[in-house]
Ligand binder design. Structure first.
Ligand code: PLP
Length: 498
């Protein structure tokens, strides 16, 4: 979507008239406009209020406003268009001064402390996928295949039917109709034990992780996280002042034994048992039971991140960990980012019954309640069968993309790489059996329009495994063979030069 450069219309800039000053009103109005234009606060093309309107707002007669306006027009700060009104001029005199004034006004000064938890986060950098969509980006579903027409029809229908009461603040837990639709879906498709009252609608799994941390964990609490794992989990914990205890993941999932050795009394664990990120492992039944037992014995919470398990290719869907839990220790987190589209920003938490009120209270403290309009549209999308149809259709699309990708990898790469995690989800992972510089190769790949993710970035420890995470959700089958060949060549030329 293009950002709109349309100038503002009809917004009045605040002018504080000093009624006791000797400076006349017209001069004060003139000075206020001139300073704001030079400072860059008011932009070319913005409509200024009519002299009658501004006079009314400032509680002065129209005359001083007309005088100020005519001065600003004469000096070229304003321009008037017949029949349209008066505007900030396109070519403002003295714009060179403007930059200087702006620099002075905005110069930070003095001590500027921020919270230690915020300072501990790496500075925000716009991720590569925000600039460009290309082969192998992780976390992207097939955006081109989203049924935009159906969605737009539902948006239009809901907008037409909106009532005045729909403009009011909503429930911090989310809309009743969407929570009912989510609960039915989760009970059927994911064997999650829940009722609508336990569902909280949030803005994607990220907010679910954040709110869960705020409700369940004190600052400095130790928390098991998967190593390698999803990088944004670390950010959530850092932002809350909690301490991550990275626990190795092997081909059975997170190692509970290692976790107990490393940090027996952790207060929680963040896991993705259905399809671990980035290794794509499905946690075995034995590990699931071990994890539940540890949580129950030590009074820890399990935050189950089930972000893309709608898609399994070689076996039946795996039931959720939450469905096995008999002690209400699991908080189940899901998202519509992968099944529909990420900018929707809708996800959910299934909360143990006794914690619902605490979650609602913290939600209210964060952002009151989720935005209403999308919730109703999504509820209809699910209720009317479009959701299940879309998942079925996408399974076929992803199945083909995954098959082509697996074949291309097997055809191009020798046994210097091991492929893992192709049974489910929207990415596969290549583990290098040799020493290599995956970050450098990924950077070079990006210069060729391939958006592979370096595996080592998912580790926190000193000796990360090298390799690549290849998202295939938004990569067309026809693009895959060429892209895999290019990646292989980049790996080869990388190993020669290193
Ligand atoms: C492990 C994991 N969890 C959750 C998400 C989804 O996050 P959200 O629902 O905030 O878009 C992703 C997205 O890539 C992910 O990889």
């Amino acid at each position: 979507m293009k950002t709109s450069k349309e100038p503002l219309r009809g917004i009045t800039t605040p002018i504080a008239l000093d009624r006791s000053a000797r400076k006349p009103f017209y001069q004060q109005i003139y000075d206020a406009y001139r300073t704001r234009i030079l400072r860059g606060d008011l932009h070319a093309g913005e409509l200024v209020p009519s002299s009658r309107e501004l006079g009314r707002q400032l509680r002065v007669s129209r005359l001083p406003v007309l005088n100020a306006y005519s001065q600003l027009l004469a000096e070229g700060y304003f321009e008037s268009r017949i029949g349209a009104g008066t505007f900030i001029a396109a070519a403002v005199p003295g714009t060179r001064i403007s930059a200087g004034i702006r620099a002075i006004v905005n110069a930070p000064s003095g001590s500027r402390p921020i919270a230690a938890n915020a300072a501990a986060l790496p500075k925000y950098q716009r991720p590569s996928w925000a600039e460009d969509l290309g082969p192998f980006q992780v976390g992207q579903p097939a955006l081109q295949d989203f049924p935009m027409q159906i969605w737009s029809r539902l948006v239009a229908r809901h907008s037409r039917r909106m009532k005045v009461r729909d403009l009011q603040y909503g429930n911090p837990m989310g809309s009743e109709s969407l929570r009912q639709a989510i609960a039915s879906y989760l009970r059927t498709a994911r064997a999650v034990r829940c009722e609508p009252g336990q569902i909280m609608v949030v803005s994607g799994s990220q907010q679910a992780l954040d709110i869960s941390t705020r409700v369940l964990l004190n600052a400095a609490a130790r928390v098991w996280v998967e190593e390698p794992g999803y990088w944004l989990v670390h950010h959530v914990l850092k932002a809350a002042g909690c301490r991550a205890a990275p626990v190795p993941v092997d081909m059975e999932g997170i190692s509970v034994e290692a976790g107990i050795k490393l940090c027996r009394n952790a207060r929680a664990v963040f896991v993705a048992p259905s399809h671990q990120y980035p290794l794509g492992v499905t946690m075995t039944a034995t590990r699931r039971l071990q994890l539940l037992e540890w949580a129950e014995k030590s009074g820890a919470w399990i935050i189950e991140d089930d972000y893309d398990s709608e898609y399994r290719y070689d076996s039946m869907p795996i039931a959720s960990l939450q469905g096995l839990d008999t002690h209400s220790r699991v908080l189940y987190v899901g998202t519509f980012s992968k099944v529909l589209f990420p900018s929707l920003r809708v996800g959910y938490i299934v909360i143990p019954r006794d914690l619902v009120e605490h979650f609602a209270a913290v939600r209210q403290a964060c952002d009151l309640c989720p935005s209403q309009a999308n919730q109703e549209v999504l509820a209809s999308f699910i209720r009317e069968g479009h959701f299940s149809r879309h998942i079925r259709r996408m399974r076929r699309v992803y199945e083909q993309r995954r098959r082509v990708l697996v074949e291309a990898i097997n055809g191009e790469f020798d046994d210097s790489f091991e492929m893992v995690g192709a049974e489910a989800g929207l990415h596969v992972t290549l583990l290098s059996r040799h020493r290599m510089q995956d970050v450098q190769v990924a950077e070079r790949a990006a210069q060729h329009g391939l958006w592979v993710t370096a595996l080592s970035l998912s580790y926190t420890g000193r000796s990360p495994r090298q390799g690549f995470v290849l998202g295939f959700g938004n990569t067309r089958a026809t693009e895959i063979p060429g892209a895999v060949r290019l990646l292989k060549n980049l790996c080869k030329s990388g190993s020669k030069s290193s």
